[in-house]
Design a protein around this ligand. Sequence first.
Ligand SMILES: Cc1cc2nc3c(=O)[nH]c(=O)nc-3n(C[C@H](O)[C@H](O)[C@H](O)COP(=O)(O)OP(=O)(O)OC[C@H]3O[C@@H](n4cnc5c(N)ncnc54)[C@H](O)[C@@H]3O)c2cc1C
Length: 380
Amino acid sequence: MTVFGNKNYDLAIIGGGVVGLWCAYFAAKAGLKIALFEANTIASGPSGGILGALMPHMPTQWYEKKQFQFEALIDLETLSAQLDAESGLDCGYARVGRVLPLSLPEHEIEAKQKCDAAAIQWARPNRSYKMQVVAKPTHKNWPHASIMPHGATIDNFSARINPRGVTGALMECISGKVDIFENTPVGLADDRTPTLPNGTHVAAKDIIVTAGLNSFNLLEPFVPSLSGRPIKGQAAMLDTKLDPNLPVVHQAGVYLIVHNDGRTAVGSTSEREFSDGNSTDQLLEDVIEKARKICPLVGDAEVVERWANLRMQPYGRDPLVGPVPDQSGLHICTGGFKITFGIAHRMAQAVLAPIVGNPALIIPPSFQVENRVNHIFPMA
Ligand SMILES: Cc1cc2nc3c(=O)[nH]c(=O)nc-3n(C[C@H](O)[C@H](O)[C@H](O)COP(=O)(O)OP(=O)(O)OC[C@H]3O[C@@H](n4cnc5c(N)ncnc54)[C@H](O)[C@@H]3O)c2cc1C
């Protein structure tokens, strides 16, 4: 048997999206010898996007999954500053808050309940975050007053990040510390050994599968019941010169996010049926048109990029994080769907904890593979 690079690794990571990069970043800090394999180029899939909304779950009906995301979103502020400093690059993170317009009278009651719940669930010893109802836009034409006939909720917890900024910064931080192999698709042999297409085996004590949608193909022989589906998304970048401190606006599925360079990302579609996952079409033009109406501040700014990719939604909806039952050394970390950029670092810390000997992080029961395969948390 030929051993790849004649090396024994502590950890092989399969998939170089944002989740795989965070895994590599923390594992390198723990002193592990790591090989990161990416079938194409790093962050060339959905992780190479342009939107970057960091949207907390609603504070009502609180449970473990919301707590996991809450703590992840808190930590990301510090971690992205750390990444900026270490890499000399800019993750494009800012806690700018969010505006959710209320279009129907019944939304007012729900909004009040959310504000009350936020006062409890988002309370922190040092800094509490809040949600409140406002009657008029806090910034003129962001959104237009007619979009919020019953006011809007605003919060000071939501944030945004530049997806290409954070993946670029992570790459910079791990380069030289992690052996990175692009254009190198890896499979898993019957005994779980990572294997290159030419049959070369990778010697690694632990393996983390962070291969997005392809994770389920790779793991099929070991956990056939795990599965997921691709949901296409399209987004665009508008060449605005707006204040980067403007809050994220989210109205009826349309997001507007001003990034540090003053440009505005708008998105996204959510398509279960499509013929080409990487092309843009009229559905995106409709989103752009809606965005211009929601927030007239963007005016007729030129579209400088149109982008489409596939988000992976696991059946069971929640991410999958942790060891694969009865498959010693094999771990999975994938499936953040629409909120991955806000939780990828915590998913990585959680999956790595037993590998590097750190105290276990609490993983919500619905994220744990054994609960999904045993249908304690159903897959539908
Ligand atoms: C239009 C759109 C807008 C979005 N907006 C947001 C947003 O605002 N906020 C947010 O948090 N999320 C957003 N997302 C979702 C987010 O982009 C994804 O959930 C996230 O990028 C998934 O990261 P990942 O690392 O799990 O997977 P991926 O980015 O898919 O990375 C997996 C990698 O594994 C590689 N791979 C696959 N098979 C193999 C193999 N056999 N060997 C080696 N490598 C392999 C793939 O090539 C890929 O690069 C959006 C997505 C889209 C499409």
